[in-house]
Design a protein around this ligand. Sequence first.
Ligand SMILES: [Zn+2]
Length: 331
Amino acid sequence: MRSVSSTETKKAKELCFLCGEADSYQTGITGIKVDGRSYDILFCKKCKIGRTDPFLDEKKIKGIYSSAVYRDDDSTRFFSPVEKILTLFRTGRRKRVERYSSAGRILDIGCGRADFLALMAARGWLATGLELDKRVLNQGKGSKGIDLRIGGLEDVKFPEAHFNVITFWHVFEHLRNPLWALKECSRILKQGGLLVVAVPNARSFQARIAGGRWFHLDPPYHLYHYSDDNLRRLLENAGFDVVSVNHLSFEFNPYGCLQSFFNLCGFRPNLFYDFMRSRVSGVKRLNLYASLGIMFLLMPVALPASLIFSLIEAAMRSGGTIEAYAIKKPE
Ligand SMILES: [Zn+2]
């Protein structure tokens, strides 16, 4: 892959790192406004992988995830009923992992408060977590028996063939060098070890309908934008056999529909999400309550419609987010 930092200043004509297509990343969704800056999502014309432009450099990435700017910052909890639902979702993740692997060593990359790893450790897994955000990691420090480390995969040199399972729960799309990360995962996974990669699906129905207002697009934090086909191709290039790609996620897909629908209605983007996380700022009170009032009135229709839409998307293999399960191939 050529230097990506050059795209900070200009749309460089370059080969696609995944399929090798020349002059890729020239067209896509343009002019997405976030915090006063404008971003484009440009797609490879051949393999359809998307890339955010401008592309964040390494220094900026590390700064953002340890600052209050990042809206997915895990240090604030949701309201308590929402937290209960989140526990259910984490249990679902545990069950899906255990479908493919018996207990052993697990590494969760971008582990946040390590709530998922705490569940795994309670089931006898030897859990290790990597997290860039120190504030978040400190909250997970109380979790007994979990080896928590600050940093990314490039900061820690794990031994070869060490883990039975490695998971990326909605973290992989934030990586600057995904192919390198997968090859490093292959190095530190045992033979036959399991890799789980959950990412938004840029070719989903909700993504195609909502365009630049799609909730899961999230520039500038999401650097690459994947789909079922190109994620499979990437995993296979890095030495994995993809055993399944799941398109049905109750954790992410109905909410992606609902929030994208509100964004399309013209409300301030992701206002409802920010309100749920108690993180609304820069909106006049009257405006906020009026917007929320209309959203709650729309809810009896919008919520079931989002659920049904997610089921249809999943049945058509076009889910809003996808979860790939892949096994390390014999060398
Ligand atoms: Zn390509």
